[in-house]
Design a protein around this ligand. Structure first.
Ligand SMILES: [Zn+2]
Length: 111
């Protein structure tokens, strides 16, 4: 992927800049999940999404979590996503990422 050239924009809170906004459809307003500021849609600021470059420690953490999922999956190959999530207290995103990486390797082996 070439994520460097196209700058993705995200909706963000005008007070703290956090992009985790709760969309209150009933009141047509957003609420910031970080600073709890409530603001109309017109007040939303657009800012560049955080770049993909992770810090080194984040990357190590990520790899350790992936390795843990891998280990569990090897031992329990019939367990689905939700069983893995429950057994390891992992997030849906992490297990999905793992599953996708496994699928990719399988395809490479078969090719
Ligand atoms: Zn905020």
């Amino acid at each position: 992927m070439n994520g460097e050239t196209t700058q993705r924009l995200v909706k963000a809170c005008p007070v703290c800049g956090c992009s985790e906004l709760y969309n209150q459809t009933r009141t047509r307003q957003y609420r910031c999940t970080k600073c709890k500021h409530v603001f109309p849609r017109s007040a939303v600021v657009m800012r560049a999404a955080k770049p993909h470059g992770w810090s080194a420690s984040h990357k190590i953490m990520h790899e350790a979590r992936m390795a843990k999922i891998h280990e569990y999956h090897e031992a329990n190959p019939d367990d689905g996503k939700y069983k893995i999530m429950a057994a390891l207290h992992e997030t849906y995103v992490m297990v999905t990422r793992y599953m996708e990486s496994v699928k990719q390797t399988d395809a490479e082996v078969r090719a």
